[in-house]
Ligand binder design. Structure first.
Ligand SMILES: *[C@@H]1O[C@H](CO)[C@@H](O)[C@H](O)[C@H]1NC(C)=O
Ligand SMILES: *[C@@H]1O[C@H](CO)[C@@H](O)[C@H](O)[C@H]1NC(C)=O
Ligand SMILES: *[C@@H]1O[C@H](CO)[C@@H](O)[C@H](O)[C@H]1NC(C)=O
Ligand SMILES: *[C@@H]1O[C@H](CO)[C@@H](O)[C@H](O)[C@H]1NC(C)=O
Length: 239
């Protein structure tokens, strides 16, 4: 036993990991119950045989003009023989995993990592702080929705009719300054690679009527100008 022989497999594994990441094999997301479609890059030669494999088991074999689908793929799978595109209808969680394809008896280098996930459902803004009111210095809010089977999820928040804030991993929002007391309504959005849904707006328990909202603030600033302009016009029309 020498030290060198044991490093062999490790190096191979590292190389394999590097190669797969270098090829940019980020996962492909599909909706549960919808078709899972894998499209190999355009092939330069006429395609005469195709073999798709899922997690090392056969999906479909097309050789010598004979087409055979295997196991759970029977009856719900199509193969486009001219492009080698694979379509699996009614995708389920067990269709997730790694797909590889052999075209014209040559194993293609790309590994297709398929994920089958659920659409997000409409979320709800929930106040997590027990006592949250106009005098509270800070409150926590959560964007609550069904997350099982819908990962990876991101969340975004909107205050009144403002813009959606950047997507974040956390479902929580912390409200802790006077600016947030001018916000009347808060909405949240839940998003995953195949879908997104917005909540109904929630009345902000921290909203402080004593402070003007951004809209009202603008109105107050603008109104004297309008009065002045109107007065000016009035003077011109009615000498
Ligand atoms: C899709 O698969 C589910 C679960 O296996 C099954 O209940 C449903 O009937 C299938 N739908 C179609 C259209 O094949
Ligand atoms: C294939 O592998 C994926 C990921 O490990 C797994 O989620 C899926 O259930 C597997 N499916 C089958 C049929 O082995
Ligand atoms: C609000 O969020 C902060 C940060 O996660 C946490 O430390 C705190 O306990 C939360 N408060 C409530 C009332 O949920
Ligand atoms: C308010 O919350 C933000 C983000 O959670 C934090 O960075 C900031 O320091 C907090 N400010 C106060 C006054 O607590």
């Amino acid at each position: 036993m020498d030290g060198h022989s044991s490093s062999g497999p490790v190096t191979v594994l590292l190389l394999a990991a590097l190669t797969s990441s270098a090829l940019g094999q980020s996962p492909l997301y599909f909706e549960e119950g919808k078709p899972l479609v894998l499209t190999p890059p355009k092939h330069k030669d006429v395609i005469t045989s195709v073999v798709w494999t899922h997690n090392t088991s056969l999906v479909v074999e097309w050789r010598n003009n004979e087409l055979e689908f295997y196991r759970s793929f029977k009856g719900r799978t199509e193969l486009d023989q001219s492009t080698a595109q694979l379509t699996v209808h009614n995708a389920t969680q067990s269709d997730a995993g790694e797909y590889t394809v052999e075209i014209n008896n040559r194993q293609q280098s790309q590994v297709y990592t398929a994920k089958v996930i659920k659409r997000v459902t409409k979320p709800k803004v929930v106040v997590r702080t027990l006592t949250c009111g106009p005098t509270s210095s800070k409150c926590n809010f959560t964007c609550q929705g069904e997350s099982a089977g819908a990962q990876p999820l991101t969340y975004s928040w909107k205050k009144d009719s403002g813009e959606w804030e950047p997507e974040q991993q956390s479902m929580d929002l912390f409200f802790n300054d006077t600016k947030t007391k001018r916000v009347k309504q808060i909405s949240c959005r839940m998003k995953n690679p195949i879908s997104e849904e917005e909540s109904d707006p929630l009345y902000n328990p921290m909203y402080n009527k004593g402070l003007l909202s951004q809209g009202e603030l603008a109105a107050v600033i603008c109104s004297p100008i309008i009065v002045v302009v109107l007065a000016g016009l009035g003077l011109l029309i009615d000498p």
